[in-house]
Design a binder for this molecule. Sequence first.
Ligand code: F3S
Length: 279
Amino acid sequence: MKVVRAAYAGACYGVQRALDLALKAVEDGGAAYTLGPLIHNPQVVRQLEERGVRAVDGADDVRDGDTVIIRSHGVTPEVKRMAQARNLPLVDATCPHVARAQKAAAQLAEQGRHVVVVGEAGHPEVEGLVAYAREAGAPVSVAAGPDDLPDALEGPVGVVVQTTQTSEALDAVVAALEERGVEPLVKNTVCFATRQRQEAAAALADEVDAIVVIGGRNSSNTTRLADICAAACPRTHHVETPGEIDPAWFEGCDTVGVTAGASTPEEQIDAVTSLLEGL
Ligand code: F3S
């Protein structure tokens, strides 16, 4: 069975940067805290914990003097202010692409627009984008798709998008707005790494008999990769670890594809690839 890896797969620049910053924060044996898991990859989060980087629910769980690491998804301005007010040492690992989306949300709001955030309601990055727009005084709506758009949109509209969404999701929302006669100002903040991984996964899923998508089940970008692959290849399997792989999935397959989300480190991809090659 031939195993083919997607041209672009696995840990992106923003995740690698967050991991490097977190490990640097504890290199002298200290402890540091992330508000929620640093990345959406349970295996990596466990390894980080062993090195002193712990995930807590909120800033209230952090003691004075403890270092707080802001995740690649970013946080709301309020959380940043709270940490600063308590003089907690801050390591800002917000991905620069997320920071750009936060800035775009605030700018649209400052222009007096109703801000539509295309993304997953409740996702930490989306909560940050919503908060940046609200702080600038705008009404804000979150829409994963056209059905989530509110009936009434006040005034001119601006659209910003969660960095790990598909461009198709953005286009669908924009098209629905245009059908209503709204001409939104659109900031396409889907990040380059996400686009590359999605396009490479779609191309590979078209060519192979089955495809394995590796990454956290709680990872929004990995789940989206799995959806994209499943649309082209019905034998798509989303796994977090090699132990979940069932050889029966690949019966009669000549070629199996492998791809991985932006929060999946190289070792996890290698482990799955070696197992598949051994089948
Ligand atoms: Fe940043 Fe894009 Fe990765 S937003 S964290 S480079 S998926």
